[in-house]
Write a protein that binds this ligand. Sequence first.
Ligand SMILES: *[C@@H]1O[C@H](CO)[C@@H](O)[C@H](O)[C@H]1NC(C)=O
Ligand SMILES: *[C@@H]1O[C@H](CO)[C@@H](O)[C@H](O)[C@H]1NC(C)=O
Length: 367
Amino acid sequence: MMWTWTDCLCVNLLFLLQRAGSERFEVLGSTRAIVAVAGDDIILPCYIKPNISAEDMRVDWFRVNLPDPQSNIRVHLYQDGRDKYHDQILSYRGRTSLFKEELKKGNTSLKLTRVQGTDDGRYKCLVESKTHFDDSTVQVNVRAIGSKPEVSIEGQKGGMGLLCVSKGWFPEPELEWLDSEGVTLSAGPSETDRNDKGFYIVKLKIPVKETDNLFTCRLRQRQQHEVIKMETEFHIPSEPILVHTDTRKVALAVIGSLGIFLMVILAFTIWRWIALCNDYEILADQLDLVNMKGCPELETIRKHAVDVTLDPDTAHPKLILLKTGNKWRRGDIKQDLPDNAERFNTVHYVLGKGGLLLRGDSTMRFR
Ligand SMILES: *[C@@H]1O[C@H](CO)[C@@H](O)[C@H](O)[C@H]1NC(C)=O
Ligand SMILES: *[C@@H]1O[C@H](CO)[C@@H](O)[C@H](O)[C@H]1NC(C)=O
């Protein structure tokens, strides 16, 4: 039988079609999202059907549905029988691998270790042979339970405030402040941050009203089928701490100065009292002489009574003459007086003008 060039062509085409047909495959993943708990290892399913070997194919894992779909992020690349890491994104470094034994069976699943917040999202698995390619996607939902909310007191402009902070969450939780009756308080917008592993840190502040002293910071994280709730109560001491120290200082200062003031008053009163007592003592002594009712000589004394004016030039320096000129008392210190020849120096005497001698240690009143 003779082969024409057209027959040859037909056989060749048939052969090529057969070959191409034998390499046709479908890539399958999972229609259900993979729920990944932070820190765990997960498998992102992907396999080809029929189960031909994928060892010689190109297996490309990357992130999709990012803000800019053109700039897909490379997660893992297997090509020419080897893993290629040159353009792998940094956050996946050292955490991805394929199952090499499974590749022979068309299993191109990806293992991702130590799941973190940044891993949350949609992944595409693209498998490409020399003549054919197909892909499938899989959704990864990361779940991280963070720390219990922590409350601290904060000084704020025009008063005191409370700050509630909670860390390590995925997805982002909500914070709210409640008063002692469980009523939501209006606070400013909550602050949200993500750490380098993509976990959320949330913060919420409120100014403290003096009318209330029990506050609750409530955190809520909505997950697919459940809501995780955590609460931290904060009791403010009846006197706000910041103001407390100030009033105590002021009170101490007031009490201190009041004490000093009272002591000064007391000392002055005592001093006045002592001085007054001295005067009264003198007066009492003087009255004794005048009121010598039982004294039989009283009348005689009165009969001979004379008005005496004291001679200041003769008074012992310790004797204090009163301005009236007819009274004196003995002081404790020597007064600085001119040293007259007629002045008594050793005994506490004074002469009356006209020659009467008066002893300074007894007291007399003259009329
Ligand atoms: C492919 O799948 C068939 C049955 O579906 C199985 O018998 C066969 O062992 C599989 N081949 C490989 C390489 O796993
Ligand atoms: C692919 O390999 C992984 C790891 O051994 C296994 O858990 C998974 O079930 C395999 N998938 C299929 C479709 O065989």
